[in-house]
Design a binder for this molecule. Sequence first.
Ligand code: PLP
Length: 398
Amino acid sequence: TPYLSDRINNLSESATLKMTKLGRELAAKGVNVISLSVGEPDFNTPDNVKNAAKQALDDNFTRYSPVPGYPELRQAIVNKLKNENGLDYDPSQIVVSTGAKQSLSNVILTLINPGDEVIIPTPYWVSYSEMVVLAEGKSVFINTDIDSDFKITPAQLEAAITPKTKLFMFSSPCNPTGSVYSKAELEALAKVFEKYPNIFILSDEIYEHINFIDKHESIAQFPSIKDRVIVVNGFSKAYAMTGWRLGYIAASKEIAAANDKLQGQTTSGTCSIAQRAGIAAYNDGLESVKVMKEAFLRRRELVYNLLNEIPGVKTNLPEGAFYFFPQISSFFGKKDLNGNVIKGSADLALYLLNEGHIATVGGDSFGNDNYIRLSYAASDESLIEALRRMKEALAKLV
Ligand code: PLP
């Protein structure tokens, strides 16, 4: 559209939201669509959290909030980072936002000048590269694949660094692959960053509690680089609070102050009621999180076994989050019943939607076209049915 800004014209639409929208459209026509395209826990927000929000309303706790968040919430976050992650922060180093997504965007806008390079391992969460586009930075990708469990090595990291590198950003547990970096692997990456004091590290830890191997490890735990690490986290995944829009950063005082300044001119402080709910979530402990994790673990086994029964599909066993990222490139070049050739992962995702009535997302939007992403944040029954449909639809490709 010519009259829109270059900024917007150069931006891609979110593929996950697009597939979700197409799935909804098909469902509105009466088709029974199973959605495996969204990154959303299928649980309800815990009762204690909802009650805190109801109380906030009754208390008329409905005014403008401080831009970086209420002091009680920032203190609850400091306590959480200490108790759960062994990380020391002062409340002045915490900036609360309308979700990890806003925090990621804030940090990029805070640090990146036009032309600065941002290193992103692929596959990555869809919005990372587009946030860099908005900041007029340049994404530099490090490609990984299923054989390395979608994790980068220190040597790959070092090879991607140039004098223009300003930021490295990644998620562990990872969306879309579910891969989790161990403490030793993070330490090896930290050793590389020690040699490059001008590079910052944006660590997206939104899936920390959905980790099936061990306790969560943060790259901020290494003192030699801690001041350059910006930890991003939030309440969406751990407490099934996606619609509340609540996230935060923990960073150096300077970066926190810069994020506060940016937010002060854009969104201001996030919803006061959601903040009260967040305080309850963090102060009341991890019971509901444990229940969720158990369900995700059971579904991971279920989907893993069903995926392994589909000829032509290759998958690893994800160690965290609630996604599979199976390799599906063996279907490229095949034809559907109408003679259309499957040219890539987006074609395959569209085919699975139209033929199998399951919504997935092509790996191309995550920077790796040989794969598709399936979210298993769905009931056991719908997962079984979805994987049955997937197997059947894929078998029709010739
Ligand atoms: N980071 C990753 C890797 C995600 O998958 C998501 C949500 O899908 C977010 C951040 C955004 O979370 P929030 O709802 O807190 O904005």
